[in-house]
Design a protein around this ligand. Structure first.
Ligand code: HEC
Length: 140
């Protein structure tokens, strides 16, 4: 028991950020709760384009993380065909994304997480599924 208390004290002293966890939303947790029903991270897709290809599109179209995250957060609040950055075929195939009922801080946090999921080695449509041939028409 004493030992447990000691461990807890050490944890709190060494990890003061644990206390502020509620004020800084965790993008990954928000994704898992609100987005993963429709979005997989990697292909194959569920009912929406997977996150890694979306991240590639955003990295190609925006010069900075701040600009990309800001556009993505605004899109999620009020998706529209006109402000969509993904291949228009994705909207034909999956329909438009429904608006997200999340706070601005949560939208920013999850958008930043999506942005950071970018993997330069995966490319967008390049080198995907090496050795698996052409792949099966996954949305990109
Ligand atoms: C009900 C299903 C559904 C949910 C839930 C959902 N999405 Fe989507 N999302 C879609 C579909 C379908 C598209 C592709 C069409 C489009 O761009 O609107 C999409 C597209 C996107 C795009 C690309 C936007 C663009 O520029 O076109 C991003 C980024 C995105 N989703 C992020 C998220 C995040 C983050 C969440 C969770 C907060 C989320 N989505 C929740 C269905 C969903």
């Amino acid at each position: 028991m004493k030992r447990l208390l000691l461990v807890l004290t050490v944890l709190l002293v060494c990890h003061p950020e644990a206390e502020s966890a509620t004020t800084v939303p965790d993008g990954k947790a928000i994704f898992e709760r609100n987005c993963s029903v429709c979005h997989s991270i990697n292909p194959p897709s569920k009912s929406a384009p997977p996150i890694i290809p979306i991240a590639s599109v955003y990295h190609r179209q925006f010069p900075s993380k701040a600009a990309g995250v800001s556009h993505m957060a605004a899109f999620m609040k009020a998706p529209s065909k006109a402000s969509s950055k993904v291949d228009p075929e994705a909207i034909t195939r999956f329909g438009l994304m429904p608006p997200m009922v999340l706070s601005d801080a949560e939208l920013k946090a999850v958008a930043a997480w999506v942005w950071d999921m970018y993997n330069p080695n995966a490319g967008a449509g390049r080198g995907r599924g090496k050795g698996t041939g052409q792949g099966g028409g996954n949305c990109q």
